[in-house]
Design a protein around this ligand. Structure first.
Ligand SMILES: Nc1ncnc2c1ncn2[C@@H]1O[C@H](COP(=O)(O)OP(=O)(O)O)[C@@H](O)[C@H]1O
Ligand SMILES: Nc1ccn([C@@H]2O[C@H](COP(=O)(O)O)[C@@H](O)[C@H]2O)c(=O)n1
Length: 555
């Protein structure tokens, strides 16, 4: 692809290469000595559902981008970006980063290259500001300077170490990190200190994003890195200006002396620009003269990225509701508690719109307890032998207690935590807040707190009800992105809609779905029919319409 050089009058744009390269999805099984008890059989085994296309969770795979209409424009209007020094805060949540198959959609990666102090970081920040898209991550090559040995460190203090050579960078870690970010996963990045020429003891967590900007002096030097970039931008700033900026910055921000800055510049920085950096300009799709001041170039980059994001966009909730899987036989991953008279009786209370709140809570708690007792059957157990009071051996079983955690999908899933604690003592519980964007109708991830050792755990994922499955799918995707093996996830819900069951089973066939009932219909407002109503509102007493009536009655 040829590069376009943006001067003021230019109106050229370029199509970015979008070849994808994901990372192998690691899975970890349970311990070898852990045996599984025979789990109860799912309701119907005779037939299995026939989904339109068999999903596969293996990476890497070539992506076929969904060309349907995008929600990006509306997301822009509903979100705000605030720059607070190094941190970028977004008021909007993260929209889906996977498709109806549950597969990750890759981030759009922009590589920014240029000489030292050319304005790479400034250009990257301008792009982020003007993009106004939620979830943009900025990754700097500086974080990947190699750790120096004692002698190298001494040399660096005397400006005798070459930081402007490809060997100064840990390209292996860099490649691994950018690959993970591109595939939507979180990464922990080293924090570099230019004063001490060393990595800090802390790392910075960068979450997967819709757009990832990667900047650095040698960002176009490595072939593997180039392949991860969808758009390559070269910042071309006059060498005198770069030197002047570098002197000012290195003295004021990086604790350097004027003499040392000039020595390092002449010995390493200048030759490196000519030898390694300038020749990589040929890989650029866009060359930006003057850096951050070039508003025309930044505007064209932003427009191009918007158009690319639009092409990748999709309306997930609607696609799930329209998936056409309703009425298919239940999937083998679905486990429904037997509808005994007792269970049916509880359902009658909680489904009745006239049931008062205290009774609704009472019967919901009973049902949750039954659900968890049932779900415990699907967790790994190991065989144990104990001695009874009569002095004889009893062949029993015990849960593999070190490896089970709960995760609730806020808000309604939180109501189930108590019941889980009652059946599993001292369990660690994480939380995921997912809310529906009122403009786009899409679920959005707002908050996440997961137990530390989650990737080695079996996860009891809780949501009170599952209608289209959009929120549950997002939560499952979050767990997978945190390297929880799919087969270690159990989704627990008091009531599921048929379409939600099929959408989740289709996307994540190894996730066990455990519930007390499945209702046939999800209406055009994405509510389960006959259903329970809005579980969170009924449980927490936040149903606005009944609140209003009470106020009127009171006055
Ligand atoms: N257009 C500009 N005008 C004046 N100073 C600038 C401009 N762009 C960048 N700078 C300053 O130059 C220094 C290097 O800019 P930066 O964007 O960090 O470059 P790089 O990431 O390429 O090293 C910083 O101190 C920054 O504030
Ligand atoms: N300990 C270090 C590490 C790097 N440098 C210089 O930083 C330059 C790259 O950073 P930019 O923000 O300017 O892109 C590079 O030219 C190195 O010479 C350093 O001085 N000390």
């Amino acid at each position: 692809m040829s590069a376009f050089k943006f001067e003021r009058a230019s109106s050229a744009s370029s199509e970015a290469d979008s070849s994808g390269s994901g990372e192998d999805h690691e899975t970890e099984g349970a311990d070898g000595d852990v045996t599984k008890l025979q789990a109860p059989k799912p309701k119907s085994e005779a037939k299995s559902p026939k989904y339109p296309q068999s999903p596969s969770k293996s990476f890497p795979k070539k992506k076929v981008r969904n060309p349907s209409t995008s929600t990006i424009d509306t997301i822009n209007k509903s979100s705000r970006v605030y720059h607070t020094g190094l941190r970028v805060l977004y008021t909007a949540g993260r929209p889906p980063w996977y498709d109806t198959h549950g597969d990750l959609t890759e981030a759009f990666v922009i590589g920014v290259c240029g000489g030292s102090a050319s304005g790479k970081t400034t250009v990257a920040k301008r792009i982020i500001e003007d993009l106004d898209v939620p979830w943009v991550s900025l990754l700097s090559m500086d974080s990947f300077y190699k750790v120096l040995g004692e002698k190298e460190h001494e040399a660096a203090n005397k400006n005798n170490y070459n930081f402007d050579h490809p060997d100064a960078f840990d390209f292996e870690l860099l490649n691994k990190t950018l690959k993970r970010l591109r595939s939507g996963k979180k990464v922990d990045v080293p924090v570099y200190n230019f004063v001490s020429h060393s990595r800090e003891n802390v790392t910075k967590t960068i979450y997967g994003a819709n757009v990832v900007i990667f900047e650095g002096i040698m960002s176009f030097v490595n072939k593997d890195l180039l392949e991860l970039m969808d758009l390559k931008v070269f910042v071309d700033t006059d060498s005198d200006i770069r030197l002047a900026r570098r002197m000012k910055r290195d003295i004021t921000e990086r604790g350097r002396e004027l003499e040392g800055v000039l020595k390092q510049y002449n010995k390493y920085v200048k030759p490196a620009f000519e030898h390694y950096i300038a020749p990589t300009m040929t890989y650029a799709d866009i060359i930006v003269p003057r850096g951050g001041d070039n508003k025309v170039a930044i505007d064209l980059i932003v427009r191009h990225v918007h158009s690319q994001l639009k092409k990748r966009g999709f309306s997930l909730r609607q696609s799930l509701a329209n998936s056409g899987n309703n009425g298919q036989p239940p999937p083998s991953s679905l486990y429904v508690l037997e509808s005994s008279p007792q269970v049916k009786g509880i359902h009658t209370f909680i489904r009745n719109k006239d049931t008062p709140r205290d009774e609704f809570i009472f019967y919901s708690k009973r049902l949750m307890r039954l659900l968890f007792e049932y779900a415990m059957n699907f967790l790994p157990h190991k065989k144990v032998r104990v001695e009874t009071v009569q002095g004889v051996q009893y062949e029993g079983s015990r849960l593999d207690s070190k490896k089970i955690v709960g995760v609730s999908i806020l808000r309604a899933g939180e109501t189930m935590e108590q019941a889980l604690c009652e059946v599993y003592k001292d369990i660690t519980i994480g939380k995921i807040l997912i809310q529906t964007n009122s403009i786009t109708g899409e679920p959005e991830l707002h908050y996440l707190r997961l137990p530390k050792d989650i990737k080695e755990s079996h996860v009891m994922l809780m949501d009170a009800t599952v209608a289209t499955g959009a929120a549950a799918m997002m939560a499952i995707r979050v767990l997978l992105d945190h390297d929880v093996p799919e087969e270690n996830i159990i989704l627990l819900s008091m009531l599921m809609g048929d379409s939600g069951v099929h959408s989740i089973a289709y996307a994540f066939p190894k996730v066990k779905l455990v519930t007390t009932a499945v209702d046939k219909e999800v209406n055009d407002k994405f509510h389960i029919v006959p259903g329970i109503g809005n579980f969170g509102d009924r449980y927490f007493g936040t149903d606005y319409s009944s609140f209003k009536t009470e106020q009127v009655t009171a006055s």
